[in-house]
Design a protein around this ligand. Structure first.
Ligand code: HEM
Length: 510
């Protein structure tokens, strides 16, 4: 009896291994991946990817060429390392390259399946995208955002003047306040509870998104079939979700009570609530909360980091900042007559080029945001199965001399061309294809007004004792300034201007 059980087990193990081997042979015959990077059995390259991954991924491109493949647990991730292949796949074949990886922990448990940026290419995603598009883009949207952006830029220069050491906090508040004003109709204060909360958790989201070792359930998705009590990662994820909903529910409740009293400012959330008759707005409260949250998250961190990068770029390569300032002086006066405004955009094309170069220089989503292929596909002799993940290798493309002359340098001149006013042309910082950043117009204007006002008001210089590491800085570091820099007002006249405009911003209380 014991012998026959042992025999049976042996046969089953043998059959299992045979099945694995045969499936692997069939799979390898059917599919072909570019430059597969050797890894460990079972976990593949999961331990190879650092966070942030920018310089590592750029070095991998030098070694493996235009595309390479990593095995992460049971998944395959193909890095696209040139504008050519990104255009061919993520843009031209967007219909099948626009989904996101299934992440039971990150997308489901931690986000309740409602965080748009992590959703698959589903009807739910389409619906949220439609809502966002109607509010974020178009002429009406521009009219809504611009007054907030102009106002918050006054507060930005005032905060930088008051406390230049904490330039990162000034940038955080600026970015968060623009989007909070638009979404919830209220400004962010320096020590805003919601802002502190967002900064606390976006770092965690980033790690779960980009560091495979952080979340075994997202690498080995079959782990989510374990009974719930055995899913050791679940309690953290559920708590994360609950705290998150509670925090944003507070904002929602505050808004509802303002609406009842008739004191609510016109804003995105009010539009969604009033638009309940429209089909796309018929969504659950959790989804509503997440639509707003997605905007506040996506709109705060990104702009905040981009503003810091403009400052870093000006400190590391001062000659373009001198030129930008001379042009700003021609429009706003040499003696600090007035602050630049978004209405000045047509007269200041060079600042638009500064914005594009900021986005190109060191993309802070350093290795892109993975996409998932939804149907088997063939490309230049390679054959990819549905489910393969693809990412544009953002840092690597930005630093590639074949793509950009003097790629390491911050040179806005490279964008002074006929595509100047096409915000996604010439860089990949907003992503590509159908998942391209939904808030890019808002983002561009945020960076524009921040760059213009800061360059107009301040001298920006590297601290010789603390040179900026242009390559390995974690730009979006939330807890402290990611680099040291000297920010000093240009003159007494500029100080007077900053104080005058700062007083206006301080008085705007909503
Ligand atoms: C400097 C500014 C910004 C940068 C560099 C940036 C970058 C990105 C990137 C790389 C993606 C992923 C795109 C892809 O997979 O192809 C994204 C998605 C997104 N962004 Fe932005 N973003 C910025 C500002 C904003 C702002 C201000 C908002 C909102 C007002 C916003 C809202 C979104 C949303 C909702 C998504 C999800 C789109 C989807 O999954 O379909 N972003 N952004």
């Amino acid at each position: 009896m014991t012998l026959s059980i042992a025999y049976l087990v042996l046969v089953l193990v043998f059959a299992f291994i045979l099945n694995l081997v045969v499936s692997k042979i069939c799979f390898n015959r059917k599919y072909k991946f570019p430059n597969v990077v050797p890894g460990w059995p079972i976990i593949g390259n999961a331990l190879d990817i650092p966070y942030p991954a920018g310089m590592w991924a750029a070095a991998m491109t030098k070694k493996h060429g235009e595309m390479f493949t990593l095995n992460i647990g049971t998944k395959r991730l193909v890095y696209l390392n040139s504008s050519r292949v990104v255009t061919d796949l993520l843009e031209k074949r967007a219909a099948i390259y626009s989904s996101r990886p299934y992440r039971p922990m990150l997308s489901e448990i931690m986000s309740g399946g409602a965080r748009m940026v992590m959703m698959g290419y589903t009807d739910k995603w389409r619906n949220q995208r439609k809502i966002m598009h109607s509010i974020l883009n178009g002429v009406q949207a521009e009219k809504k955002f611009v007054p907030f952006q102009d106002l918050e830029s006054k507060q930005l220069v005032y905060d930088l003047f008051q406390d230049p050491e904490n330039f990162h906090k000034a940038s955080q508040r600026f970015s968060n306040s623009v989007i909070l004003s638009v979404v919830f109709g209220r400004r962010a204060r320096k020590d805003d509870e919601l802002l502190a909360f967002i900064l606390g958790y976006t770092g965690t989201l980033g790690e779960y998104q980009f560091a495979p070792t952080k979340s075994p359930a997202d690498v080995f998705t079959w782990l989510s079939c374990l009974p719930k009590p055995l899913q050791w990662w679940r309690p953290f994820g559920e708590k994360f979700f609950k705290t998150h909903v509670e925090m944003f529910q507070k904002e929602y409740d505050l808004l509802l009570s303002k609406m009842e009293k008739g004191t609510a400012k016109p804003c995105f959330a009010v539009d969604v609530l009033h638009g309940a008759a429209k089909k796309e707005f018929e969504i659950s409260d959790i989804e509503k909360i997440y639509t707003w949250t997605s905007l506040v998250e996506a709109g705060s961190d990104t702009t905040r980091t981009a503003v810091l990068q403009t400052i870093a770029g000006a400190a590391c390569y001062p000659s373009w900042a001198v030129k930008a300032r001379a042009l700003l002086d021609e429009v706003c006066g040499h003696k600090a007559e007035r602050l630049p405004m978004l209405a000045d955009r047509e007269r200041l094309p060079y600042i638009t080029a500064v914005v594009k170069e900021t986005l190109r220089w060191r993309p802070f989503l350093q290795s892109g945001v993975p996409r998932v292929l939804t149907r088997d596909d063939e490309y230049e002799g390679y054959r990819f199965p549905a489910g393969t993940e693809f990412s544009w290798n953002a840092y690597s493309i930005a630093l590639d001399e074949k793509e950009y002359k003097d790629a390491e340098r911050f040179e806005p001149e490279r964008f002074m061309n006929e595509d100047l006013n096409k915000p996604t042309k010439g860089h990949w910082s907003f992503g590509a294809g159908r998942r391209v950043c939904a808030g890019l117009n808002v983002g561009v204007n945020n960076i524009w007004i921040a760059a213009a006002t800061v360059l107009y008001c301040f001298d920006i210089a590297e601290d010789p004792d603390h040179p900026i590491d242009q390559f390995n800085t974690l730009w979006e570091e939330p807890t402290k300034a990611p680099f040291k820099v000297k920010i000093t007002p240009r003159s007494k006249a500029h100080i007077a201007l900053i104080e005058r405009e700062g007083a206006i911003a301080q008085a705007a209380d909503y």
